[in-house]
Design a binder for this molecule. Structure first.
Ligand SMILES: [Zn+2]
Ligand SMILES: [Zn+2]
Length: 207
């Protein structure tokens, strides 16, 4: 089964994708599961879940903190804190899973993740191993292997046609397989494609 764990909707300031188009694109891409991870809100995820008939929707968000961004999965309400430790505390209280978004991605400078050490790794469930827009996934993989971190994968779609270009492949229990490093991954290797969407977003000042 296929899970794209990083999807934006029009509830992100940098995306105009309508929720119905996200769902159409998910079905078209053959995805069983998507995590809607809008910037700093679960509103888009809640609505997507309500409207979805065929695709399992994980309520998530991509939350900004002082070090960079975190992908949080399995939320019931909004996270209020803007600080790393505060976000972790709130997310854990809700039983959510926490992963560092694109931990190494020089194209996002100065928004790249600023603190990659054991102190941080022990508080999260893992890292975003494959991001559909990241040109530096190989470096992330090296760290994840080195530190034995669990990994998620997602397209980081801001446009519906990006959905499903990167995803987690699992058999039965997504989180169990991800956390125990038993899941596998499909990822977007097309550099030109990545550059196209990075540029598109940058030109629109949405990036
Ligand atoms: Zn964005
Ligand atoms: Zn994102």
């Amino acid at each position: 089964m296929k899970a794209d764990l990083h999807v934006h909707t029009e509830y992100s300031p940098c995306s105009k994708t309508k929720i119905k188009d996200v769902l159409i694109a998910a079905v078209k891409a053959g995805l069983d599961t998507i995590a809607v991870t809008d910037h700093n809100t679960i509103k888009g995820a809640l609505l997507t879940k309500k409207l979805s008939k065929d695709v399992k929707v994980i309520i998530g968000c991509e939350k900004k903190c002082e070090y960079g961004e975190l992908l949080i999965y399995g939320l019931k309400k909004e996270i209020k804190s803007k600080k790393f430790t505060g976000i972790i505390k709130e997310a854990r209280k809700q039983g959510a899973k926490i992963f560092i978004s694109h931990p190494i991605d020089y194209a996002r400078f100065p928004n790249m993740w600023k603190k990659l050490n054991d102190e941080v790794f022990k508080l999260v469930d893992g890292v975003e191993l494959y991001n559909g827009r990241n040109l530096f996934n190989k470096r992330v993989k090296r760290i994840a292997e080195n530190k034995k971190l669990a990994g998620v994968a997602g397209s980081d779609a801001h446009y519906s046609e990006e959905l499903g270009n990167t995803y987690v492949i699992y058999k039965k229990d997504l989180w169990k397989e991800v956390i125990s490093n038993k899941a596998s991954y499909y990822h977007n290797n097309n550099v030109l494609n990545k550059l196209k969407y990075l540029l598109k977003s940058f030109l629109l000042k949405w990036f």
